[in-house]
Design a protein around this ligand. Structure first.
Ligand code: HEM
Ligand code: HEM
Length: 488
């Protein structure tokens, strides 16, 4: 079976585009599509994280940007959320998938040029998305805010990416599929379908159903993109990166398959756990709670598999920056999924639903778990495909610690603020003004720690740019030194 642990011949490619080389030629260079997707995602995370920081300051001083329409809370928030979800994580995933699928197939990507054209289209789509949201053009449904023409364009882009990936797989020389390939196939089949159905694309003016039914529909979609795209993609990347960097085969293929099929089964049941405090059918809420608890099966199979693969390899996290990011992301994923089922019980949900606790959980998942995993993948794929070392390990380490400490400050302050808010809602002893004053210090702490993470995002741009243009060349890498390019 093709697995990530084989030796890697490094290409010694030039960074961005060689002098005198036309763009058309540069776009046919092996792994160029993967790299260009990752460069784009790196730019978008720095920009849209900064928008998150701006949004957070408006909790501290609501009038800070008063009078500037596109900087108002409602618009900044949606630019931030859509940006990190669809321009950072999703573009980064597409880049990582191109690289991983070509390695696991033992074949080059079916079409580098098509990959690069989809990269360009996705960036154009991203600019249009940010501009329309900034102008207040939105369909107003969370994670489905893009207007109809953008929905259609996005579906075309996803279709082209899926085509490129499936054609690469069809030409593979390795008959058996490694687990990451299963997850990538799942993600590329599920995501476009879930996006089209969830955005109600057959109803262009509104992109929605009517009334309370639309809430259920929206959250069926909302949770499916979390479970069948962000989780599936992040797990695929972690399953590739950890064996590749540690040069250790994955502990159990069977366990990984149990995780894959149970993820597909249980994730689709849980959308209603976002609506436990609404007048929607009780049986749907019960199904969602049971499904949420059942998610322990795919989660624990994944965690067990990763931790068993890491047996004897833990010291390598001190030596490899990419491994450090990915393993930290896996640990945050475990914490997310311990927290999640408790949140899905009616009693606890009543306390935390309308509070900052949920924002803490959302960031634990998409920032703590999947942003860390993807940052690790960026620091692995760019050096390995260029045959260069990371430009500055010190800066990459600094980024890791800014992200980790920043995230912990961010998360802990929101959890405390959430519990204070919840206690206020559930008692009549305190007015809303008392409550808002009580949580203010924690919201300030959130902005300060958020600023640390934002600086991490800008460091990544600089370090990857310098890696591509001035990183030291390495001749060839095999065995344990494969992780060399990624930082050993
Ligand atoms: C790549 C990193 C990030 C990801 C993936 C991310 C993701 C998200 C998501 C999914 C939401 C919606 C949460 C919900 O509705 O439950 C959100 C909201 C938000 N994020 Fe981020 N975020 C990131 C970084 C940041 C940073 C660095 C800050 C800076 C302080 C920040 C501040 C905010 C704020 C203020 C909101 C609005 C919260 C609210 O409405 O109460 N985010 N983010
Ligand atoms: C065992 C796994 C998990 C369970 C049972 C779970 C459960 C929940 C529950 C009950 C809520 C709160 C809904 C509310 O009261 O508003 C929630 C919110 C959320 N979860 Fe999870 N979660 C899990 C894992 C994840 C993962 C892996 C991700 C990311 C891929 C994720 C992303 C989110 C986000 C973004 C929100 C906020 C949604 C919003 O209101 O905008 N969760 N989760």
């Amino acid at each position: 079976m093709a697995s990530p642990t084989g030796s890697i011949a490094l290409p010694q490619a030039t960074g961005l585009r060689a002098r005198g080389q036309s763009l058309w030629d540069a776009w046919s260079v092996p792994h160029s599509a993967a790299r260009n997707f990752i460069y784009s995602a790196t730019f978008w995370v720095a920009l849209t994280d900064t928008m998150g920081l701006v949004t957070s300051t408006e909790f501290v001083d609501p009038d800070l940007f008063g009078g500037i329409p596109w900087m108002e809370f409602g618009r900044m928030r949606s630019m931030h959320v859509n940006g990190v979800a669809f321009l950072w994580l999703s573009m980064g995933y597409a880049g990582a998938f191109f690289y991983i699928i070509s390695k696991l197939s033992g074949r080059p990507l079916y079409s580098e040029r098509l990959g690069n054209i989809t990269m360009l289209l996705w960036n154009i789509w991203g600019v249009a998305l940010i501009l329309t949201l900034g102008a207040g053009l939105t369909q107003g449904r969370e994670y489905a805010e893009a207007i109809w023409p953008l929905d259609i364009m996005f579906l075309v882009i996803l279709g082209l990416i899926a085509f490129n990936i499936f054609m690469t797989l069809a030409s593979r020389v390795e008959p058996r599929l490694y687990v990451s390939a299963w997850y990538i196939i799942g993600a590329m089949v599920w995501f476009p379908n879930v996006y089209a159905i969830g955005n109600v694309v057959w109803n262009p003016p509104y992109g929605s159903l009517q009334g309370i039914n639309d809430a259920t529909w929206n959250w069926f979609y909302g949770h499916n993109i979390l479970g069948l795209w962000f989780t599936t993609g992040g797990v695929a990347i972690a399953y590739y990166m950890i064996p590749a960097i540690t040069r250790t085969p994955v502990y159990s293929h069977l366990l990984s398959m149990v995780g894959f099929w149970t993820l597909g089964l249980f994730y689709t049941m849980v959308g209603q756990h976002h609506l436990l405090q609404t007048p929607t059918p009780g049986w749907l809420k019960t199904v969602a709670t049971l499904g949420s608890i059942s998610l322990f099966v795919p989660v624990l199979t994944f965690i067990t598999n990763i931790f068993m693969t890491m047996r004897g390899n833990w010291q390598k996290i001190y030596e490899s920056v990419p491994l450090k990011f990915v393993v930290t992301g896996v640990i945050f994923y475990l914490i997310t999924c311990i927290q999640g089922p408790f949140q899905a019980t009616q009693g606890f949900n009543r306390l935390i639903h309308f509070t900052q606790w949920i924002i803490g959980h959302a960031h634990l998942a998409l920032l703590g778990a999947f942003t860390f995993i993807l940052m690790g993948a960026c620091y692995y794929i760019i050096p390995v495909t260029l045959g260069r070392r990371i430009y500055s390990i010190k800066l990459a380490e600094a980024q890791f610690w800014l992200m980790t400490l920043g995230f912990l400050g961010f998360f802990i302050s929101l959890q405390i603020a959430g519990l204070i808010q919840g206690a206020c809602w559930m008692t009549t002893n305190h007015s809303v003004y008392w409550c808002l004053t009580a949580i203010r210090p924690y919201l300030i702490a959130r902005s300060v720690s958020g600023a640390l993470m934002v600086s991490g995002g800008w460091i990544q741009i600089y370090n990857l740019y310098k890696t591509a243009t001035a990183g030291q060349y390495i001749s060839s890498v095999s065995g344990p030194a494969a992780a060399d390019a990624g930082g050993l």
